[in-house]
Ligand binder design. Structure first.
Ligand SMILES: [Zn+2]
Ligand SMILES: [Zn+2]
Length: 341
């Protein structure tokens, strides 16, 4: 029957070609519109399908409250001879211990010890782990939410003008923040913060800055804090280099995804999304750490709109539920220690 039909068509050859072209057209349309259920990459898709196919995996986060904050108010004025001013900003009474010329190896051994069993929750614990491998030590009591400046300096008679050329065996300054009250150590997951601070000297004149900040957890992990790169809008003064460092521990992202977020992030201080210029910035893109997209726009991007890096994972600064509660949130991602990207 079909053969007879084709032969008949063939006799009227123009009609045959028209039919062939028509069948081809139908098959192509079918492929494009996905009638056959094959996943053929085509251009025409409606917007909902784009959302689902482009969505980047969302990182699982856990919230923790970080009681510690440390700022360097005048980084330009810091030097090995003039000393450094530190402004701790803590939620509880704390102890700030500064170790000048702290051994790099001993500090990292101490952090490793913390992971195993020897929890560093008091200055004495770090002291024991360092085996006095430091040049000079200073200690201050920090009152709760008191942002008093603390001045640290090597003693005059130390006669130290620098810690030699890089790579160095000693960090210029290590600042340890620990909770002063025994009871507070039960409340917080984060029991201490170790900040490694570069201080310019004769051999290494780069300006003062925080090199690393490690948050030590009661359960034994420690996490490296990393800064988030927020997109700045006109209404908010952009983070300058000077204040960038000082606000480092306010908007930081831990190496494996830890971020601490202040409550003012999502009210008057909130920044606008770089794409729609309207929504509040809420999404952190990894691994580039640009924080520039709102809830509405994040689903359309596989690449970061600021640096074009492919987004491997993303997480919100505050999820919808938290926004409703309007609580300050400290977000923390639950990843086994040692993960790296
Ligand atoms: Zn947007
Ligand atoms: Zn980026």
């Amino acid at each position: 029957m079909a053969a007879v039909f084709l032969v008949t068509l063939y006799e009227y050859s123009p009609l045959f070609y028209i039919a062939v072209v028509f069948v081809c057209f139908l098959v192509t349309s079918g492929l494009v519109l996905g009638w056959f259920g094959w996943d053929v990459p085509v251009i025409l898709r409606n917007s909902e399908e784009i959302e689902s196919s482009v969505r980047v995996s969302k990182k699982q986060m856990r919230q923790v409250k970080n009681p510690f904050g440390l700022e360097i108010p005048h980084p330009a004025a810091v030097s090995i001879t003039r000393g450094i001013t530190l402004t701790p900003d803590c939620l509880e009474n704390c102890i700030l211990t500064c170790y000048w010329g702290c051994s790099v190896q001993k500090l990292h051994e101490a952090l490793r010890k913390h992971v195993y069993c020897f929890r560093i929750k008091t200055p004495q614990a770090l002291e024991d782990a360092l085996y006095s491998e430091y040049v000079y030590r200073q200690q201050y009591f920090i009152k709760k939410t008191d942002k008093e400046e603390k001045y640290c300096q090597l003693p005059e008679d130390a006669q130290i003008a620098g810690f030699g050329p890089v790579p160095r065996s000693r960090y210029p300054l290590v600042a340890l923040l620990t909770l002063a009250d025994e009871d507070d150590r039960e409340i917080y997951d984060i029991i201490s913060m170790v900040s490694v601070i570069h201080i310019p000297d004769e051999s290494y004149r780069l300006p003062c800055r925080i090199l690393y900040q490690y948050l030590l957890l009661a359960q034994g992990q420690f996490h490296d804090l990393k800064q988030l790169f927020m997109s700045a809008s006109n209404s908010v003064p952009p983070l300058s280099n000077a204040s960038g460092e000082s606000s480092a521990d306010k908007s930081l992202l831990e190496k494996v995804g830890l971020a601490e977020v202040e409550s003012d992030l999502h009210d008057e201080n909130s920044k606008d999304c770089v794409v729609c210029q309207n929504g509040t910035v809420n999404w952190v893109l990894l691994p580039c750490r640009h924080t520039c997209l709102c809830d509405g726009c994040v689903k359309y991007f596989q690449q970061c709109p600021m640096c074009r890096q492919f987004v491997q994972e993303s997480f919100p600064l505050c999820s919808k539920k938290e926004q409703d509660q309007d609580e300050p949130e400290h977000i923390f991602q639950d990843v086994p220690h040692g993960a790296d990207f």
